[in-house]
Design a protein around this ligand. Structure first.
Ligand SMILES: Nc1ncnc2c1ncn2[C@@H]1O[C@H](COP(=O)(O)OP(=O)(O)OP(=O)(O)O)[C@@H](O)[C@H]1O
Length: 234
């Protein structure tokens, strides 16, 4: 089977420079693969390292060892060792990320925040905005908010802007960090349906979902992160 993403022997420690350089091992020897059309959920208790793995896979956290092999057009690129410019190209074309919280930019309207990933890929602005409207309507974001910057929006409103922004493109790999955490039941169901549609479209999804209901509905497989707990030296 074709692989969209292959994570191999990934290890990460945090060095606390302000605490005498104390070293905190987080995960070691993380291994899993992601195939087109499936949603893999990272499981395990709080603090097990789920978010850290997601941030490494997106290139936000550096890794100490291991490879993150991502399919990029017809090549395989190792995101763990890619230079920053390459990481930006991978993010534009091959890997998307819905973070838990929206990073708001002053003065940019919700509509433009959502349309932006298409615009930077060269899609005509009118067309990108039409698609953004469609997504915001589907996620029940009140139309009166579309022209406003999301900085003052409620947690759930910001999360829906973030989801629309992450889902507007068709990245072959899509990472989801608790995309439904602040949503009501109606909007959770919309997101579950949107994830199902991504799977049908052949997208490979990797996510964290604390809500068990949502997890059961979206997960094809659970990767238990406790299996990657670092061995503590005796
Ligand atoms: N930037 C950082 N600096 C230092 N330690 C960190 C950093 N990020 C995460 N950690 C530590 O790494 C461990 C794993 O955290 P992580 O957020 O990945 O866990 P998680 O499984 O996603 O937890 P939760 O389910 O509570 O979100 C924790 O002990 C955390 O304190």
């Amino acid at each position: 089977m074709m692989t969209a993403l292959s994570v191999q022997n990934l290890s990460k420690t945090f060095t606390m420079h302000l605490r005498d350089g104390i070293i905190l091992p987080v995960v070691a020897n993380v291994n899993f693969e992601l195939h087109p059309g499936e949603c893999v959920v990272l499981g395990g208790p709080s603090g097990a390292g789920k978010s850290s793995i997601l941030k490494m896979v997106y290139g936000n956290y550096g890794v100490d060892a291991g490879a993150i092999q991502l399919r990029h057009h017809d090549k395989i690129v190792d995101l763990a060792t890619a230079d920053p410019r390459t990481v930006l190209t991978l993010r534009r074309d091959s890997i998307g990320y819905v973070s838990q919280f929206l990073r708001t930019v002053p003065r940019v309207s919700a509509l433009d925040v959502v349309a932006e990933p298409l615009v930077i890929r060269g899609v005509d602005k009118t067309e990108a905005q039409a698609k953004a409207r469609e997504l915001l309507a589907r996620l029940n974001l009140p139309e009166r908010l579309w022209s406003l910057p999301p900085a003052t929006f409620s947690g759930g409103e910001q999360q829906r802007v973030n989801i629309a922004r992450g889902f507007i493109t068709h990245h072959p790999v899509l990472l989801l960090d608790e995309p439904t955490a602040s949503l009501d039941a109606t909007n959770r169901a919309v997101v579950v349906a949107m994830i199902a549609e991504k799977k049908v479209a052949g997208v490979a999804l990797l996510g964290i979902f604390h809500d068990e209901d949502v997890r059961i509905q979206v997960a094809d497989r659970i990767v238990d992160v406790t299996a990657f707990a670092p061995k503590v030296a005796a």
